[in-house]
Design a protein around this ligand. Sequence first.
Ligand code: PLP
Length: 401
Amino acid sequence: IGDWANVPAAPLDPILGMSQRFQADTDPRKVNVSIGAYRTDEGKPLVLNCVKKAEKIILDNTTLNKEYLPQRGDVTYAALCQKMLFGEDSQLLKDGLVATAQTLSGTGALRLGAEFVKRYAPGTAVYISSPTWGTHNSIMDQAGVPYKPYQYWDKENRNLNLAGMLDDLKAAPDGSIIMLHAAAHNPTGVDPTKDQWDQIMEVCKAKGHVCWFDSAYQGFATGCLEKDAYALRKFAENGLPLFVSQSFAKNFGLYGERVGTFSLTCGSSDTVKSVMSQMDIIIRNLYSNPPKHGANIVKTVLSDPELYQEWRDELLAMSVRIQDMRKVLFDELIRLETPGSWKHVTDQIGMFSFTGLTPEQSKAMVEKHHIYMLGNGRVSMAGVTSGNVKYIAAAIDDVVR
Ligand code: PLP
């Protein structure tokens, strides 16, 4: 002890590590499509206009200060977030049956949920889609919560493997916890249809599973907040017990501000009070209380009708730009007569394209073409621009031949 020579060097994070490699690359052609962060068509990070306006309002508001928030965060913010998830007319909200804490973005929400499971459902496994955003698994691992995969991806048809998914949900012990991507599944870009969601719901209901909606892309799948909350709201209306982790990183562009929530539905409003009192203790011992600035931005936008509309328009514009890039990439691959079928590039939704490139092909994209993407074939379409799309298509064409 003392010189810490016993500490081995850790491998780079599979997603953040790619961005570090990108930064270190001096090739002028380099492209970063590894991280799920929106870029303008000029390849620049975007601060939304509604966010800038909200920040100005916050700066001018002389009643605000830098005092601590309570452990659970800002309760007005939490109530606005609940409405965004469950809907204005939600009976659960009217009955006061949802416990919500402000969190350090989506990752902090997932970790808080894991801490809750460890204490109040010890030994219960969380079932996670295969594939998924890799951090889902590692958060459970680091929190000491058992986790298992369920089938999700039909590799051959590049689509949802509904039968496999339903089989695995049926085979899980009654009362398991099922992690579901609320909208814009990461990394596949394939969401269940309404009918498929209904089938998933019936199985989960019959099995008494708790469904954990991870909502990191509300508004990015269809461009519409309500449509992207379809499954969550339907499950809530049908009385399934729910967890929800919510992130404002992508849909507000507040990546580094760390703004999110963790919610769970409870059987009574008294239980909500007990659950929140325990959340306060868990949070107190993790990081004491959450930061204020990002939550103030979201609160300001969600409670001002004009800013709210402006945000919705900006969110739509971001998702439309991504859809446009899907089309351009697809057209270019067709023009190049790139071997294989590429229809999935335009069929998939959300921020990512699960290209179907093999680990070797993905590696060649990075090492030969300086296009930083994930080893599982995931390309962030949010980083594709008019300026780099032809280069990306040419590189794909090269590595698949
Ligand atoms: N959940 C999913 C599926 C994600 O893809 C992400 C981010 O990429 C998150 C949660 C959480 O991100 P953050 O902690 O930045 O809100």
